[in-house]
Write a protein that binds this ligand. Structure first.
Ligand SMILES: [Zn+2]
Length: 315
C-alpha cells in the first residue's frame, strides 16, 4: 500500500510517495511562502500531490490516500487547520479542496502527532502502548501515545507541551506567557543561551567554532565546543539539559509512560544529549519505586515529516 505524505512546514512543503514500510519511492518539494495566503499554499500542495501521482502511475503504483502533516491544531475530523500561528491560518479547510482536485481521501494531522505515529509504526516507539514523543526543534512539540494511539484531546489541541510554564521569571514566549518550556528547551533557546555565554566569555571556543559570528552559534556549535572541553559551552549544555529534565519529569509524573522518545534538530547531538539526560532523569525522578521509562532518540532522524504524513494517510 502506498500513500502520499505531505509535510507542510513554515518554510518548505515536502511530499513523498511512501510504502507501508517507510520506503520513499519518489519525492518533491517547494517553498511554503505562507504570506501568499492559504489558497496558494493549498494549490501548491495539490501540485506536489499531482507530481507524486504521476510518479506512481509511471511505476504502476496504486495510491490509496494522502496524509498531510501541518503545524498548529487540526480539528478532530482531520480536515481543517483550526489555527496555525506560524502559517497565519485560522479555520482553513485543507482536505476538501485537495480531495476535490485529486479524487483521493485526504487526512490532516498535527506534525508532531504525525511524527509520533511514524515513530510508533516504524521507529523507536514500536510496540509501545503508553509513551511520550517530544520534538526539540524551532519550538517544543509533543504527542501522548495512550493505549497505542495518539491522544489529541477534546478539540485536537492536546500535547502542546512547549507552552507548559517551567519558570515564571523566564523569557517571554510568543504565546504571551513567561518561561514556557520551549523558551528554555527548543533549538533557538539553546542557541540563545550559547550566544549569551559567548558574549560573557571572550576566550570560549564558541567564538572559534562559530567563525567569530555570534549568529552562527547553534546547537551543533555548542555541542562541539562542549565535547572539546570548553567550560562555557559545557555550562550552557548543562543548563539546557536541566531545563529539558524539568519538563520531562513533569510529563513523566502526568503520564507515567514506558518510553519517552526525543526527536528534532537538537537530537543530532546523539549520546551527548541522551547520556546526561538519562543520568539526570534517573537521579531526579520522584517515583523511584516504579521502573524508569526508556529514554530514547528518534530512529527516524531523516524525512520524519514525510513519513509521519504518509503514515497518517495509511491509518
Ligand atoms: Zn508559550
Amino acid at each position: 500500500m502506498y500513500t502520499i505524505g505531505i509535510d507542510l512546514g513554515g518554510t518548505n512543503i515536502e511530499a513523498g510517495l511512501v510504502d507501508k514500510t517507510g520506503h520513499i519511492e519518489a519525492r518533491c518539494a517547494c517553498q511554503t511562502a505562507p504570506e501568499r495566503g492559504a489558497r496558494a499554499v493549498i494549490q501548491d500542495m495539490i501540485a506536489l500531490a499531482h507530481a507524486m501521482l504521476g510518479a506512481a502511475a509511471e511505476k504502476g503504483i496504486f495510491v490509496s490516500a494522502i496524509g498531510v502533516g501541518t503545524p498548529g491544531v487540526v480539528d478532530k475530523t482531520g480536515t481543517t487547520v483550526t489555527f496555525a500561528n506560524n502559517l497565519g491560518w485560522q479555520g482553513v479547510n485543507v482536505a476538501e479542496p485537495m480531495r476535490n482536485a485529486l479524487g483521493l481521501p485526504v487526512v490532516l494531522e498535527n506534525d508532531a502527532t504525525a511524527a509520533c505515529i511514524a515513530e510508533w509504526r516504524l521507529g523507536a516507539l514500536r510496540g509501545e502502548q503508553e509513551a511520550l514523543f517530544i520534538t526539540l526543534g524551532t519550538g517544543v512539540g509533543g504527542c501522548f501515545l495512550v493505549g497505542g494511539r495518539p491522544y489529541t484531546g477534546a478539540f485536537g489541541a492536546a500535547g502542546e507541551v512547549g507552552h507548559m510554564v517551567v519558570d515564571r521569571q523566564g523569557p517571554l514566549c510568543s504565546c504571551g506567557r513567561h518561561g514556557c518550556w520551549e523558551m528554555l528547551a527548543s533549538a533557538p533557546a539553546l542557541a540563545r543561551m550559547g550566544r549569551q555565554s559567548a558574549a560573557a566569555n571572550e576566550t570560549s571556543l564558541l567564538h572559534v567554532l562559530s567563525g567569530g559570528d555570534p549568529a552562527r552559534i547553534d546547537g551543533a556549535v555548542i555541542s562541539r565546543a562542549a565535547a572539546q572541553g570548553d567550560e562555557a559551552a559545557q555550562a550552557v549544555w548543562a543548563r539546557y539539559i536541566d531545563a529539558l529534565v524539568l519538563g520531562l519529569e513533569n510529563l513523566n509524573m502526568l503520564l507515567n509512560p514506558t518510553a519517552i522518545c526525543l526527536a528534532g534538530g537538537v537530537t543530532r547531538a546523539g549520546a551527548q544529549l541522551l547520556e546526561p539526560l538519562q543520568n539526570r532523569f534517573e537521579r531526579e525522578r520522584v517515583y523511584t519505586e516504579l521502573p524508569m521509562p526508556r529514554l530514547c532518540l528518534t530512529a527516524l532522524p531523516k524525512d520524519t515529516g514525510i513519513l509521519g504524513a504518509a503514515m497518517v494517510g495509511q491509518r
